[in-house]
Design a binder for this molecule. Structure first.
Ligand code: SPV
Ligand code: MG
Length: 558
């Protein structure tokens, strides 16, 4: 879409920093010396998948959009119905879309309105073909009549004069080879269309070899970029097309055809089996549907804008270690399964989560994993628990970091208001820090404490505590006097925060430092990269269970 241009210094800055429009991106692909590819999509979801797969541009195929709407590729879908689909595709993606504009949906006048509307919807370019309205798909029938050259050139000029983005691309498609009118006719038309202002030529062929396309390329001699659609001559290697000087290859209908095969197969099987059991493991999970459609962003936005609305947050509980200090009590179970007044510690933790609306709890198991057998949790296993630390355990649950979540140690108990405060906190990464932690730990037996230094000390003044506090350092070797509190092992990550943690885990893995790292190391690395980590101060009302004294405290805590 055209950006409003501001004159003067602000305008200059805007020009310097504005990202290229989608039209400029398509133009760059068409004019790039590299062979470019456009992959077919026919709705918002397929467009998103094309982008995620790494393609730099999308072909909004007329055949595929029509078929997905259940109609023929004969202009049965009106142009405004097609534009509706295009808008969803454009909104769902950041890469440019070249639209199959068929014959332009009428004469030069319809073409003017089409181009104006496409620019308004952020579509990067349109391809029009020199056939007659209503069009027929190129692979149907023989000797389809072609448009009059002069009339088609008028349509090209009308389109170019109507674009409101200077980089919008008009691709003129020549059907002379498909219609059996020969190479000379194709070349004559290509030259006329280029002269009329087309930014590129699409020369189509329905032969099973690329011979006639290669002959065209030789004669055309790179007078402007050439786009091709090797649906029928798919066996021609890319290097041959590249060598011939082709600018852009369109893979024209392969997502639609893949979807048809997959849907036919799953329908046949469910109909035959009268059951979902056979297909469940083979089709995309609902989680994948939610991920593709960006549900985590909506949950984040709800927290930001709806105030009271709470997203469905999941919890990841790190519970892979044994807890050696508890001696015989952890002989046959990890410490999170130790009984605290009739119920395992982990059960109490999970119940606190559920009461606060965190219903999806994933527990990373390790030591004596079979002992973690609670009914209402999911489990992930760190089978290398004996030689790895918390960060490696979290890496095992990386797929749970696709959306906002709560991170928790498996050996803590806390009052529910602490979790509620974290859940309603803003910020991408928020830690609950006990401001009394340093005092509480003084005089106790030597042990590692997750000390936190923050941008401001806890004041005890309720109003002041509403002001954001940021973490400045986190480590287990900060002097108690230099620490502002102790991280209690509970953190809240937004979808972005979860993404940052996931990326950091990947970086640590690449650097070979993941195995020995703790959660503190992850946060410390993010701080070092300038990422913001927020803190919510609490004052007691929680505990962790490391030894029998803690266990006694836990019994009193309840
Ligand atoms: C389309 O994808 O709709 C096209 C390409 O126009 S083709 O089907 O090959 O004509
Ligand atoms: Mg088409």
């Amino acid at each position: 879409m055209t950006k409003a241009r501001i004159i003067g210094p602000v305008g200059e800055m805007q020009a310097r920093f504005a990202p290229p429009s989608k039209a400029a991106m398509l133009r760059a692909l068409l004019y790039s010396p590299e062979l470019s590819y456009l992959m077919e999509a026919h709705d918002g979801l397929s467009a998103k998948i094309v982008e995620e797969s790494g393609f730099k541009g999308i072909w909004a195929s007329g055949l595929s959009i029509s078929a997905a709407l259940g109609v023929r590729d004969s202009n049965e879908a009106s142009w405004t119905q097609v534009i509706e689909v295009l808008e969803f595709m454009s909104d769902a993606t950041t890469i440019p879309i070249l639209v199959d504009g068929d014959t332009g949906y009428g004469n030069f006048n319809n073409m003017r309105r089409l181009v104006k509307k496409l620019c308004q919807r952020g579509i990067a370019g349109v391809c029009i073909e020199d056939k007659l309205f209503p069009k027929t798909n190129s692979f149907l029938g023989e000797g389809q009549p072609l448009a009059d050259i002069g009339e088609f050139c008028g349509k090209i000029k009308a389109g170019k004069d109507s674009q409101t983005d200077e980089d919008f691309c008009l691709v003129a498609r020549i059907e002379a080879l498909v219609g059996g009118w020969g190479l000379d006719e194709a070349l004559k038309r290509a030259e006329a269309y280029r002269d009329a202002g087309a930014d590129a030529i699409l020369v189509h062929s329905k032969k099973s070899t690329a011979d006639e396309i290669l002959a065209f390329m030789r004669e055309w001699d790179a007078r402007c970029p050439v786009v091709i659609v090797p649906t029928m001559f798919y066996q021609t290697p890319a290097k041959v097309l590249r060598g011939a000087g082709v600018s852009t290859v369109i893979w024209a209908n392969h997502n639609l055809r893949a979807a048809i095969s997959a849907m036919q197969d799953v329908c046949r099987r469910i109909q035959g089996d009268q059951s979902l059991v056979g297909v469940e493991g083979e089709i995309a999970s609902l989680e994948e549907v939610f991920r593709l459609t960006g549900n985590s962003e909506l949950a984040d936005a709800e927290r930001r804008y709806a105030g009271t609305a709470r997203e469905t947050v999941r919890a990841i509980v790190i519970a892979a270690s044994r807890g050696e200090n508890l001696g015989a009590l952890t002989q046959d179970r990890p410490k999170c399964m130790i009984d605290v007044r009739g119920r395992p510690l982990l059960r109490r933790l999970v119940s606190t989560f559920k009461k606060s609306g965190v219903r999806d709890v994933a527990v990373v198991r390790g030591y004596k994993k079979e002992a973690i057998d609670l009914p209402s949790i999911r489990t992930v296993d760190n089978d290398d628990y004996a030689t790895t630390g918390e960060a490696a355990s979290l890496a095992c649950a990386a797929s749970y970091l696709e959306q906002g979540c709560v991170l928790s140690y498996g050996d803590i108990l806390f009052r529910r208001y602490i979790l509620d405060a974290l859940l309603s906190a803003r910020g991408d990464i928020v830690l609950a820090v006990d401001a009394l932690g340093a005092d509480r730990r003084r005089g106790r037996a030597e042990r590692a404490v997750d000390f936190a230094a923050c941008s401001r000390r806890f004041t005890g003044n309720y109003l002041l505590e509403k002001e954001p506090v940021q973490l400045t350092r986190i480590a287990d070797d900060i002097e108690p006097d230099a620490a502002d509190g102790e991280w209690i092992g509970l953190a809240r990550l937004s979808a972005r925060g979860a993404g940052l943690v996931r990326a950091e885990i990947e970086a640590m893995e690449t650097e070979g430092v993941l195995a020995e790292a703790s959660l503190l190391d992850i946060f410390a690395r993010l701080l070092a990269k300038g990422e913001r980590i927020d803190v919510i101060y609490i004052a007691g009302n929680w505990l962790d269970v490391d030894d029998v004294f803690d266990l006694a405290e836990a019994r009193n805590f309840l």
